[in-house]
Design a protein around this ligand. Structure first.
Ligand code: SF4
Length: 302
């Protein structure tokens, strides 16, 4: 009897947690769509579904968003079969047929091109993604899509920022909305505010038929693996740090960086007017650093 009660309690607890997760995912996606004006009335949103957890979740949540959205918009799901060996071509059509939106399977053998051009043992992902992007833009034209939605999430965006800083010497991330290189498409990332761990839980709950992205045999970029591991480690050891870093991407103070194209350092003159909002709290510590830190904590300045 008590074992049954315990099982009931566990099931109720799990249902409560999933309901909370569902609400959070829809709230965050709705917020990102609204903050960046990602979807407008009459849009036809092409959702790119690769078979990974993120794009399945994107489609699933966007379908939910459409039901409750104040404006009418269409969704079309698109998968690109790149002819990787072992790709289970029946999985996505079967899954997409069970969704309430039209879908299209594009077939283009980019795998052979990548294999031909990239030497054995080298990472193929960069060329593969570029070719995939080209095909998807063409399909967007053919389908009359006005927006192309991708399943990148908060952690992808942070990883990209750090990768560009560590290995590319530039502060450049992955935007929630952008115009494609050819100037013809608007790309949106409605999962911009969503944590990867939430998508993992959602994918497990919804039992998405995941197709691994390793069928091609390519090794993932080692630098990206290391950065992802570092972020996960930080999240575990310093809860809240990832959220803070992510918020920082939308809260930039050009006058406290050093890009001369963004702020006129070279022509800067004193104004004679005190700036009460001057940002001093995290200026580099000097030899009095320990004392300054204490003062900041106490809310006073020496
Ligand atoms: S893992 Fe394979 S299919 Fe996925 S992006 Fe890289 S090369 Fe392309």
């Amino acid at each position: 009897m008590s074992a049954l009660l315990d099982a009931d309690k566990a099931a109720a607890r799990q249902a409560f947690e999933i309901n909370k997760l569902s609400k959070r995912l829809h709230r965050q996606v709705g917020q990102a769509i609204s903050d960046f004006n990602m979807i407008e009335a009459g849009d036809k949103v092409m959702v790119c579904v690769s078979g990974g957890k993120d794009s399945y979740a994107l489609l699933d949540i966007l379908i939910g968003q459409r039901r409750r959205a104040p404006v009418a918009f269409d969704i079309v799901a698109v998968n690109l079969d790149q002819k990787q060996p072992g790709f289970p071509a029946h999985v996505l059509p079967e899954y997409l047929a069970s969704c309430e939106v039209p879908f299209h399977i594009a077939i283009q053998d980019t795998y052979s091109i990548v294999k031909r051009l990239i030497p054995e043992g080298k990472t193929m992902c960069s060329l593969c993604s570029r070719l995939r992007r080209g095909v998807l833009y063409r399909v967007a034209d053919e389908l009359g899509a006005t927006k192309v939605a991708l399943g990148h999430h908060r952690d992808d965006m942070l990883q990209t920022l750090l990768m560009n800083m560590f290995f590319g010497s530039r502060m450049k991330g992955m935007p929630p909305k952008l115009v494609s290189d050819d100037g013809k498409h608007v790309v949106i990332r409605p999962l911009a505010y969503v944590a990867e761990s939430d998508l993992e839980r959602w994918a497990a709950h919804r039992k998405f038929p995941i197709i691994p992205c390793t069928l091609c045999g390519s090794q993932e970029n080692l630098q990206r693996v290391q950065v992802r591991q570092m972020l996960r480690d930080w999240e575990r050891r310093f809860p809240g740090r990832i959220d803070n870093m992510f918020s920082a991407m939308g809260n930039i103070t050009p006058s406290h960086l050093m890009d001369r194209n963004l702020y006129p350092f070279t022509t800067l003159k004193s104004t004679g007017v005190p700036d009460l909002n001057g940002d001093r709290a995290f200026d580099a510590d000097d030899v009095c650093g320990a004392r300054s830190a204490t003062s900041i904590t106490l809310g006073r300045e020496d």
